[in-house]
Design a binder for this molecule. Structure first.
Ligand SMILES: Cc1cc2nc3c(=O)[nH]c(=O)nc-3n(C[C@H](O)[C@H](O)[C@H](O)COP(=O)(O)O)c2cc1C
Length: 315
């Protein structure tokens, strides 16, 4: 089985990826949170920093683009390929309302004619401009419902998609409910592409259950399960459990690097604290017997409160 780290915007930026790789390793690929393609291949400074090769050294990191403009996509793909990347992922799943209402991410899935035209233009454009990168897709199964899954599969079958990751939820459901395994089965039966399954794989039992149901699918993408248990894939592969000291080192170094990386004038370290609090929201499952201390971490309003609560949790 191949295991991929899912893109998690606001969490798995380059600092996180680098330290995850250093402390735990395991994933065959780390998908990067999306960059929003703008005109002429421009992207935000923060997003550029995230994809710079020098910030991803030694890591198999795959950039992802979010847009509904084929021209912006091609310009951005060209800029990314020039950095040396050989795979670029297309985001057709983001459920955020601000994205969906612009017809991007999972919003694109409610207008399949437009999506078809977009894919036709970008696959043609990549060839015409001789951009040497393969395109993979990460998709949900619809925007509001999954009624168009058969058409969606046929649509994707018309293009040379390198790998097709399916998160079988509709955009409207965000992360609620359970993945629609029947919709995923339809992809298994009808899609011509190498499939990657994504959604709610949180432990070894989930992997075993999935592999029994879909023995031909050779790749799984994991997001929140890895945030909760950063050693998950390593343990599956080598049996090596997460040590308390490792998690302590990982979270301390993350915090220190965020302090340097995210500091803005007058912020007084709060950006790093907020970033860490988001992660602790997931890591909390490992500290179910330390609820009070965990709450202190999650409520910390400044570095002093954060650091004191973290010291307490390791005691
Ligand atoms: C905080 C957060 C940020 C996310 N950011 C992205 C993103 O940038 N691109 C993307 O394709 N999916 C994004 N996702 C979706 C995840 O990659 C993944 O599809 C989803 O969490 C389901 O997988 P899981 O159950 O293994 O977590 C995000 C999810 C979360 C919770």
């Amino acid at each position: 089985m191949n295991y991929y780290f899912a893109p998690l915007e606001g969490i798995t930026g380059f600092v996180y990826r680098g330290l995850h790789h250093k402390y735990f390793g395991g994933p065959d690929k780390y998908y990067m949170p999306f960059v929003s393609a703008m005109e002429k291949g421009k992207i935000k400074k923060r997003e550029k920093k995230d994809i710079l090769p020098e910030n991803n050294e030694g890591i198999n990191a795959i950039p992802q683009i979010l847009t509904n403009s084929s021209r912006d996509f091609i310009d951005t793909a060209e800029m990314i390929a020039d950095l040396g990347y050989t795979e670029i992922n297309i985001n057709l799943g983001c459920p955020a309302l601000s994205v969906v209402k612009r017809g991007k991410g999972s919003g694109f899935l409610s207008d399949l004619d437009r999506l078809d035209k977009f894919l036709e233009e970008i696959f043609e454009g990549m060839e015409k401009c001789r951009i040497p990168a393969k395109l993979s897709v990460k998709t949900r199964i619809g925007r509001r419902d999954s009624d168009s899954v058969p058409e969606l599969i046929e649509l994707y079958n018309r293009y040379p998609i390198y790998e097709l990751t399916v998160h079988p939820r509709v955009g409207k459901d965000f992360y609620r409910g359970v993945p629609d395994m029947e919709a995923f089965r339809a992809f298994c039966e009808k899609s011509i592409h190498p499939l990657v399954y994504n959604g709610d794989i949180n432990n070894e039992g989930d992997i075993e259950h999935f592999a029994e149901l879909f023995p031909k699918v050779g790749s799984i993408m994991i997001g929140r399960g890895l945030l909760q248990d950063p050693a998950f894939i390593r343990r599956v592969r080598t049996g090596k459990e997460m040590q308390k000291e490792e998690l302590k080192g990982f979270t301390e170094e993350l915090y220190q690097q965020y302090r340097k990386e995210m500091e803005t004038p007058g912020a007084g370290g709060i950006n790093a604290v907020n970033r860490m609090k988001e992660l602790w929201g997931f890591l909390g499952v490992n500290f179910s017997d330390r609820e009070r201390t965990l709450r202190k971490i999650l409520r910390a309003k400044n570095p002093v409160e954060y650091e004191s609560a973290v010291r307490e949790i390791w005691q």
